[in-house]
Ligand binder design. Structure first.
Ligand code: ZN
Length: 213
């Protein structure tokens, strides 16, 4: 975007499988905004031997909000225009991030990728793979010749646990509860975009809505 004086933070929000990550990547390329993905930051920190690694893998403790905040503060470079993905995920994170960005003089826009839930379930649960040769299949767009079996070695195709209907619907339910809370905190700064379109079209919609706000 043209105005380099504008301090703008785009926060990405979308259900699992909504294409939020892909969209963030595309927006980053398209706009040149600096993008922060919380899961990438966490992965960088989880090295054998450091305290966080021991806690997560040896003691099985998930990261708490205060650890998430510490990590974010350490990595965040306060560039003029940023894209933030993977935080907030809780009510406390929603308030904390809002305050943090305001303190750093950002205009905030929460980009909510809205995707039809039924379509989402269909899309995600159609993914299968071969455990032997790792070929990916899709019962909607890339079927195997013999249903349920690999074309290359005849191995029975399986699903990632996260892609099974039961697990995926649970993840959606969890997201849905958090979503309502987050949207409430960012009320007035929410850009809702139809996520059931081509990646490029979604990006264009987001940019249009930011410019027109
Ligand atoms: Zn195979």
């Amino acid at each position: 975007m043209g105005n380099k004086d504008l301090r703008l933070a785009l926060i990405m929000l979308g259900a699992p499988g909504s294409g939020k990550g892909t969209q963030g990547e595309f927006l980053e390329k398209f706009t040149g905004f600096k993008r922060y993905v919380m899961s990438d930051i966490i992965k960088k920190e989880l090295r054998p031997g450091n305290a966080l690694y021991d806690r997560v893998f040896k003691q099985g403790i998930l990261l708490g909000d205060s650890e998430i905040f510490d990590l974010f503060r350490r990595y965040f470079g306060s560039e003029q225009q940023v894209i933030i993905d993977g935080i907030p995920r809780t009510l406390d994170q929603a308030y904390w991030l809002y305050g943090y960005l305001i303190k750093h003089k950002y205009d905030i826009e929460l980009v909510y990728l809205h995707v039809d839930e039924k379509k989402l379930v269909k899309r995600v649960t159609s993914r299968f793979y071969c455990p032997k040769c790792h070929t990916l299949y899709n019962t909607l767009s890339k079927k195997s010749q013999k249903e349920g079996f690999c074309d290359h070695d005849g191995e029975k195709l399986i699903q990632r646990e996260d892609d099974t209907e039961k697990v995926f619907k649970e993840r959606l339910k969890t997201f849905d509860e958090v979503r309502k809370v987050i949207l409430d905190v960012y009320k007035g700064d929410v850009i809702e975009v139809d996520g059931d379109q081509d990646i490029e079209k979604v990006s264009q919609d987001i940019m249009k809505k930011i410019i027109l706000r």
